[in-house]
Each structure stands twice: as structure tokens, then as C-alpha cells.
Design a protein around this ligand. Structure first.
Ligand code: SAM
Length: 175
């Protein structure tokens, strides 16, 4: 392949990751390791619980949920390159029996089996997905959001320093 071909591929990848994804939910910006650990700790993720990351990026949240918290984890990712990269990481780390990645739009997936939902999206996207979360989630399920809030869910806890918010659905039970 020529240099021009490689350059065009790189430009396409950047456009998909940082421009197109913004219109379907959020661009790729990874959560820091400290934030991921705090999100999962605040959500009190227990061994065997099912964690979903909406827009899993490179898979860092679901990988930590499985490796350090003993959870079963599912990531949903719409960017084909991030989807492939997270699949490779999970296989390489030997986590395929506990972690899976679904390709596509998280609005289209059933979230009713989740014990914990994690996300790092945008304020408008949270607003759109909140209706689905209030409709589908189990009463005891926790929603953990990095940076952006969910005004129509019930706030359980927040970490101001890191900007982490824990919610349950409206009329859900306390953890
Ligand atoms: C800010 S990044 C967060 C990545 C990861 N959750 C983390 O915290 O490190 C948002 C991710 O959501 C993905 N995304 C955006 N809209 C989406 C949608 N509608 N369905 C599935 N994934 C989406 C993006 O491609 C991106 O990887």
C-alpha cells in the first residue's frame, strides 16, 4: 500500500473515532485507571455480577471489572477499530470466558440483565439513554457515570474530585 493509502486510512480511523462517534454517542476519551477503579468500587461490584460498559472503548472498564472484581462483563462498542482492539486485548488476557464485546449501538441492546452499567458519554447522550435505563434496568441495578450526570435517575452517591456519579433507576431499591 502506498504512503497516501496509509495516510487516508489513518485519517479515516481518526474521523470514525473522534468525529463520527460524537454524533452517535460520544468520542473516544478513555477513563483513567484511578477513575475506573473508583467507579467499580463505588458501585460495589461483586463477584459474579454482570457489568455492562456502554461504549467500552479499549475495554479497560470491563477488563478491570472481570480481573479485579470477579464480575462477568459485557462491553458494547460502535467504533470498529476499538471493537477489534478490545477483542484482541480480551483474548490476549485470557478473559474470553468472562468478558465479551458486542459490536454496535448500545441503544439497540437489552440491558435488563445488568447489575451495573458503566458509562463515560456526553450530557445529551445520558439524557437520551436515561429513558431506556429507567425502563429496562432491574430495581437494584447501579448506573455509574464518569463526568456526566443523569438528572432523571436517582442519585445514590458522588465523588466530586473525580466526577463520578452513582445512580439507580427511579423507584429502584437502595444497594
Ligand atoms: C468517552 S469513550 C469511553 C470509553 C470507555 N468506556 C472508558 O471509560 O474508558 C466513549 C466510547 O463510546 C463509544 N460510543 C459512542 N457512541 C456509541 C453508541 N451509540 N454505541 C456504542 N458505543 C458508542 C465510542 O466509540 C467510545 O469508544
Amino acid at each position: 500500500m502506498s504512503y497516501l493509502g496509509i495516510l487516508l486510512l489513518i485519517i479515516l480511523a481518526v474521523l470514525i473515532s473522534f468525529v463520527w462517534t460524537q454524533f452517535v454517542g460520544a468520542p473516544w476519551v478513555p477513563s483513567s485507571t484511578k477513575t475506573v477503579r473508583t467507579m467499580l468500587t463505588m458501585a460495589k461490584v461483586k463477584p459474579g455480577e454482570l457489568v455492562y460498559d456502554l461504549g467500552c472503548g479499549d475495554g479497560r472498564i470491563i477488563i478491570m471489572a472481570a480481573r479485579h472484581f470477579g464480575a462477568l462483563a459485557v462491553g458494547i462498542e460502535i467504533d470498529p477499530l476499538r471493537y477489534l482492539w478490545s477483542q484482541i486485548r480480551i483474548r490476549f488476557l485470557g478473559l474470553s470466558d468472562r468478558v465479551s464485546i458486542k459490536y454496535g449501538n448500545f441503544y439497540k441492546y437489552d440491558l435488563s440483565q445488568a447489575d451495573v452499567i458503566t458509562c463515560y458519554l456526553l450530557q445529551d447522550t445520558n439524557k437520551k439513554i436515561a429513558t431506556k435505563l429507567n425502563r429496562e434496568l432491574k430495581p437494584r441495578a447501579r448506573v455509574v457515570s464518569n463526568t456526566f450526570t443523569f438528572p432523571t435517575l436517582s442519585l445514590l452517591q458522588k465523588n466530586k474530585e473525580l466526577g463520578i456519579f452513582i445512580y439507580k433507576k427511579k423507584n429502584g431499591n437502595r444497594v
